[in-house]
Design a protein around this ligand. Structure first.
Ligand code: DC
Length: 221
């Protein structure tokens, strides 16, 4: 195993942006595990596979190929060779991904892939269960948090910038709903690892959070 930074936290805590920045500064490969759960969800939607249909789910997991890449400075996600970077961010996927990620068969397969991906490289891996389940011995563990209201506000702003109009109240509702499912599921729920460093980013800028994490990594590497 290379050097591993595990970055966990709830939806909208800024993990994506922060992971990308820290990866650049510290020369780490950035692995977005949420995107992997989104890929499985997209395949299930496309093939109309229900949560109960374990046989079909196993079939897609046996054949699934997920790769990350960078094109013109942008992070890309390839699912079985197809660029699905945008397709995994739709409202439909947002709504179905939390239930899909409660499934044991999905979690085990993706956690294995995540461990495999990090065998020979230094990574910063973001998700919900990286410090607790995927890499309990990660070199650095961070739990990044912010209030649901602040996270909904950030998501609202991001949407505005890309021309998506969803009312703030609706976003807040969806953030709280995902928090609930993610933290109450039976297998590897979202929770802070005992030895993770807690960062509340509610009143911090992105640069401030990045700087804090970079300093933590520098001390350990
Ligand atoms: O980080 P995100 O919003 O793209 O994650 C999408 C969903 O995937 C999230 O609702 C919970 C699930 N997930 C998970 O269960 N475990 C992870 N390590 C990463 C994501």
């Amino acid at each position: 195993m290379g050097f591993v930074v595990a970055l966990d936290g709830p939806a909208g805590s800024g993990k994506g942006t922060i992971t990308r920045e820290v990866a650049k500064k510290m020369n780490l490969i950035n692995i977005d595990t949420g995107a992997m759960y989104r890929c499985v969800t997209l395949l299930m939607i496309r093939q109309n596979i229900k949560l109960e249909d374990k046989e079909k789910i196993k079939e897609i997991l046996d054949k699934i190929d997920i790769k990350f890449g960078i094109e013109n400075g942008e992070q890309k996600v390839y699912l079985n060779g197809e660029d699905v970077s945008l397709l995994i961010r739709t409202k439909e996927v947002n709504e179905f991904v939390s239930p899909v990620s409660t499934l044991k068969i999905v979690r085990e397969r993706l956690a294995d892939m995540q461990r495999e991906m990090s065998k020979a490289i230094d990574v910063i891996m973001e998700g919900r269960d990286i410090g607790t389940n995927v890499f309990p011995n990660a070199n650095v563990k961070i739990y990044l948090d912010a209030t649901p209201e602040e996270r909904a506000k950030r998501r609202f702003k991001q949407n505005e910038e890309i021309g998506i109009q969803i009312p703030y109240e609706e976003i807040l509702e969806s953030v709280k709903n995902r928090d609930y499912i993610d933290s109450h599921r039976e297998i590897s729920p979202l929770k802070q690892a005992e030895d993770a460093i807690y960062i509340d980013s509610t009143n911090m800028s992105i640069d401030e959070v990045v700087e804090e994490i970079v300093n933590i990594i520098k001390k350990k590497r």
